[in-house]
Design a binder for this molecule. Sequence first.
Ligand code: ADP
Ligand code: MG
Length: 257
Amino acid sequence: MLPRFCRPAQFAPFQGMGRLEHRWLNMKTDEPLIVARELSRVYRMGGAEVVGVDSISLDILAGELVVLKGNSGSGKSTLLALLAGLDQPTHGQLQVAGHDLRQATPAQLTRYRRQVVGMVFQSFNLLPTLTVLENVALPALLAGRSYPSVQHSARELLGWLGLDARHDHLPSQLSGGEMQRTAIARALINDPAIILADEPTGNLDTHNSHIVVELLVDLNRRQGRTVIIATHSSLADRHATVEIRLQDGAIVSKIPE
Ligand code: ADP
Ligand code: MG
């Protein structure tokens, strides 16, 4: 819980997608949402091999809040990129929400990336020439939704995130905290079951880090989305239902086992 002074009133329960609020809460949780078996990603650099993820076997149930820990280079970003369908495993199996990501065609992977997962990055990755509203709307337009409906959802999300006055601004005109909240809105626009956040507070001050972690926790607790956060920070630790520690691409601990 944030101290009262840094808990803006705008983070009231999100009403915008009210009818969807419990959709993820009601997902069956006895079947794992994410199943990895001996999952590896080996990078080939000329003649050399670099192991990004090393034979990870893992089950994650729907509705978990996972924190992914480990030193720099331990494989956190590689694992998240595999889960996001942004990268392909070189060995092993990976199934997420019923999608076999190893067997998926490029078109299936594109659909998966747009509709099943939402990603949040350390460096925000907003498109610099698009406004805040356009950045948030883009994934929904690419998914084929009509502009009026997308604009309505984007405005609601931005309102919830306290960015009402920022619709027409460019990313360069925002603070880091505002950029990350815009990126969270973009991650949510297609209502994904899973949010993957790669060092989401890495470029933020303490105040904004608290806000961003609180939001990610809210997406899990109140909306029932599965949230995986790779982070060096301990801010999310007490909210985590699972803590996974990586070293050299492998899991060295998982709590609870
Ligand atoms: P973390 O996010 O925990 O810092 P990464 O997943 O970025 O770790 O990296 C894991 C390992 O994979 C590191 O040794 C890193 O150098 C290597 N690696 C990551 N991405 C690439 C890439 N595109 N090409 C080659 N090696 C990579
Ligand atoms: Mg990383």
